[in-house]
Design a protein around this ligand. Structure first.
Ligand SMILES: [Mg+2]
Ligand SMILES: [Zn+2]
Length: 170
């Protein structure tokens, strides 16, 4: 292994380490259901401990999240900003931080190249960091996260939505 290279844990947000509200029945399954208020904010069981374990094992953290229609009435920017701030605050209490956050704000049919499973939103990050892809991991709860992992060239760890965040023994 090239010791100059850094291994990363790429983390989907909603349903993977942050609890995600259940979608209304008529919703587009490609979309997400944003929190309605901060009262709904909670981490998935085991998430903080699990991510702490990753950090202790030498992984740095990158968030990779699709946030369709961010900034519209159905997905207000202010609520999103509060949620992200709270995540940062809670992580900081455990001495953790994200090195980078990839947030795609586009809709599923807008044709951007940053929406997972595409990796356009990570292009600059990938080009400016020495990444040990062989030992990096992507955690996610959707099939598109698995495809994203494939596109990144890293192993995928599937989390059941809102279920226990489990770190594999490697
Ligand atoms: Mg998710
Ligand atoms: Zn996008």
């Amino acid at each position: 292994m090239d010791s100059a290279k850094q291994k990363y844990a790429f983390l989907d947000r909603d349903g993977t380490f942050l609890w995600e509200p259940k979608q209304p029945e008529n919703a587009d399954p490609r979309e997400i259901t944003p929190l309605k208020s901060m009262d709904e904010f909670r981490f998935v069981d085991g998430a903080i401990q699990g991510i702490k374990t990753l950090v202790e094992r030498g992984y740095k953290l990158v968030m990779v999240t699709n946030q369709p229609f961010l900034g519209t009435d159905t997905h207000p920017q202010a609520m999103f900003d509060q949620v992200m701030q709270k995540i940062d605050d809670e992580f900081a209490q455990h001495g953790m931080q994200f090195e980078f956050k990839m947030v795609c704000p586009h809709g599923p049919d807008e044709g951007c190249d940053c929406r997972k499973p595409q990796i356009g939103g990570l292009r600059d990050f990938l080009q400016t960091h020495e990444i040990d892809l062989e030992h990096s991991l992507m955690f996610g709860d959707r099939a598109t996260d698995g495809e994203c992992a494939k596109n990144l060239g890293v192993a995928f760890v599937k989390i059941n939505t809102n279920d226990h965040f489990l770190v594999p023994e490697l």
